[in-house]
Design a protein around this ligand. Structure first.
Ligand code: G6P
Length: 611
């Protein structure tokens, strides 16, 4: 996805900008560019389609040096990946902008600006920002003040940075829906969409908050909040290894990654939600046109990613009315598949390198699918490179072999897909999208509340320490959640765990239930609750011990052999994401009690690149 780097210094910053872009490469992009004021005060730009290496080569051929500049890696949304669409975008050779996110009202703005005589040279939504800013500067000569006036007219999501010939000693940034961080140096300061891009130059950072505007000069940083008030943002010192490769305060990577979920879910949503709608362009420039043609969806994945696909089927059919099939990649690739007309092929993968999933995608290309979409956590993976469309999850590196944060971010991405398809095709019920967009915004907070149950779940784990078998039950979209819960438990604690749709209990597994077989279930307060309660009675009647994660309003209470953990209430469609959390914690604490190798369980690999 798009990346931003900016710098204002006394030394030449070209190499700093390039290095910053390289550090953001893992996010995935299709073109890159840089703009600087050269030593004669002239705004210069180099842009290239392809890798940052191409841009580096262009700069080696035609060098630019300067002390104020911005750079960008672009992942196309509006307009194809062409050089003229790559950022930075200019207005009248005086102003330059780089932008992450999507401006929803770019069309009316473009018409208005054309009326004012502005000439557009790209197909991007971004170009309206720089011309509008140029227009505002005529009445408001201060760059920060003019940007404040400009962003008031923008609808959508943005993280952006501008430089101007009018005040060539400063970099101005604005954040709304797309992250930005200021890097503090000595007599020089920086800006980036991810602090990773700036670790080469500083270890002190200031994170901009929603609605913030920042004026960054060599020796000062000023920030105004959404209401225009001057504010101070905390300076955070980064310690080497504080992120991916370090467990920090946690005993295992898995626990750290479980606790990162509110943050990475937030990141996966960033720049993809409009006021009341999902921004369909987040799937790429041709997404809206393609989605309009989709009549069916075929999902293919392995392991945990397959379970995410199974949840998505309930959403695609239940919310968007789009027929959906889900299959494990190792089966799909060797089976004779009949493809319905206008079927979108969706692959889901954390790594983007899983051999079976990749092979299934390659087969799919021969089979006449409408197009392929990859939902993936690694921007530079094979799966992303070989798919027509991509939606990257922003889980960050996942080290624990048992997938946790990759799963919940995949679910978020699949909900965005469901709403986008439903939106384009007009198949969502009235108000559904607005309601879900609002609830998605609250989701990180809800996940935080679920994580606060950590110690309660740790206590419950003791019930499993001596057990050899368990059963996980769920109904509706909670069935795949139960499957994922069972997979986690077997992967890291080596306890045999099976998941069943609760209604199937009496068709077989009930025969296994006795006091040695704990039964875990998730019980949101929905139309299936009463049926689930009957299934729970069937278990209790056979002496089975029940562990129930239930909505606080579900009316389930602790009793003899029944342990109820109360869950925060959330809109029903999002319960699969929320109810995954306690099941992850449960398997983690059971594994810790059993003393297994939590992060690297026996016989398993993080990325299965062979068949
Ligand atoms: C392996 C991992 C699982 C993962 C599966 C699919 O089995 O251990 O955690 O779910 O591969 O991997 P992918 O990278 O394609 O999501």
């Amino acid at each position: 996805m798009c990346g931003i780097v900016g710098a204002v210094a006394e030394r030449n910053i070209t190499a700093i900008l390039l290095e910053g872009l390289k550090r953001l490469e893992y996010r995935g992009y299709d073109s890159a560019g840089v703009a600087l004021f050269n030593n004669a005060g002239v705004l210069e730009r180099r842009r290239r389609v392809g890798k940052v290496n191409e841009l580096e080569r262009a700069l080696a051929g035609e060098p630019v040096t300067g002390r104020l500049g911005i750079a960008h890696t672009r992942w196309a949304t509006h307009g194809a990946p062409l050089e003229r669409n790559a950022h930075p975008h200019f207005s009248n050779e005086q102003l330059a902008v780089v932008h992450n996110g999507i401006i929803e009202n770019h069309e009316p703005l473009r018409e208005r600006l054309k009326g004012l005589g502005y000439v557009f040279t790209s197909d991007t939504d971004t170009e309206v920002i720089v011309h509008l800013l140029h227009h505002k500067l005529q009445d408001t000569p201060d760059l920060a003040a003019a940007l404040k006036a400009t962003v008031k007219e923008l609808h959508g999501a943005y993280g952006l940075a501008v430089i101007s010939a009018h005040q060539p000693d400063r970099l101005i940034a604005a954040r709304s829906g797309s992250p930005l961080v200021v890097g503090l140096g000595l007599g020089e300061n920086f800006l980036a969409s991810d602090q990773l891009a700036l670790r080469q130059v500083t270890d002190r950072f200031m994170y901009l908050e929603e609605g913030d505007i920042a004026e960054i000069r060599r020796d000062s940083v000023q920030i105004w909040d959404a209401s225009g008030l001057h504010v101070e943002r905390e300076i955070v010192q980064y310690h080497e290894g504080a992120e991916a490769a370090d467990k920090g305060e946690y005993r295992h990577f898995m626990l750290k990654e479980i606790h990162e979920q509110p943050k990475v879910v937030q990141r996966t949503l960033e720049g993809r939600l409009g006021q009341q709608q999902v921004l369909v362009q987040a799937f790429g420039p041709q997404a809206a046109e393609l989605f309009a043609k989709v009549r069916n969806v075929q999902i293919v994945a392995c392991g945990t990613s397959y379970h995410a696909g199974m949840v998505a089927r309930y959403w695609l059919e239940g919310l968007a009315g789009i027929p959906c099939q889900v299959e494990v990649a190792s089966e799909f690739r060797y089976r004779k598949v009949v493809v319905q007309p206008d079927t979108l092929f969706v692959s889901i993968s954390q790594s983007g390198e899983t051999a079976d999933t990749l092979a299934a995608l390659r087969n799919a290309k021969e089979l006449g699918f409408l197009a392929s979409l990859a939902i993936c956590n690694v921007g530079i993976s094979s799966l992303v490179r070989e798919s027509d469309l991509t939606l990257l999850t922003q889980a960050g590196p996942e080290i624990g072999v048992a997938s946790t944060k990759a799963f919940t971010t995949q679910l978020v991405a699949l909900m965005l897909l469901t709403l986008s398809l439903g939106q384009v095709k007009g198949t969502l019920g009235a108000g559904v999208e607005a309601e879900l967009v609002e609830e998605l915004r609250r989701l990180p907070t809800r996940l935080g509340e679920a994580l606060a149950m950590d110690t309660t779940v740790e206590k419950i784990a003791e019930l499993f320490a001596e057990k050899n078998h368990t059963l996980f039950l769920g109904r509706g979209a909670q069935f795949p959640v139960a499957m994922e819960g069972a997979l986690k438990l077997k992967e890291i604690s080596y306890i045999h765990a099976e998941a069943y749709p609760a209604g199937e209990l009496k068709h077989g597994p009930l025969a296994l239930v006795d006091s040695d077989m704990p039964v875990v279930t998730v019980a949101p307060n929905n139309e299936l609750l009463e049926k689930l309660k009957s299934n729970l009675q069937e278990v209790r009647a056979r002496g089975g011990e029940l562990i129930v994660f239930a909505d606080e309003q579900a009316g389930l209470v602790n009793g003899e052999g029944t342990h109820v953990v109360s869950m925060p209430h959330i809109l029903d469609a999002l319960t699969p994401i929320l109810y995954t959390i306690p099941l992850q914690l449960l398997s983690y604490y059971v594994a810790v009690l059993k003393g297994t190798d939590v992060d690297q369980p026996r016989n398993l690999a993080k990325s299965v690149t062979v068949e």
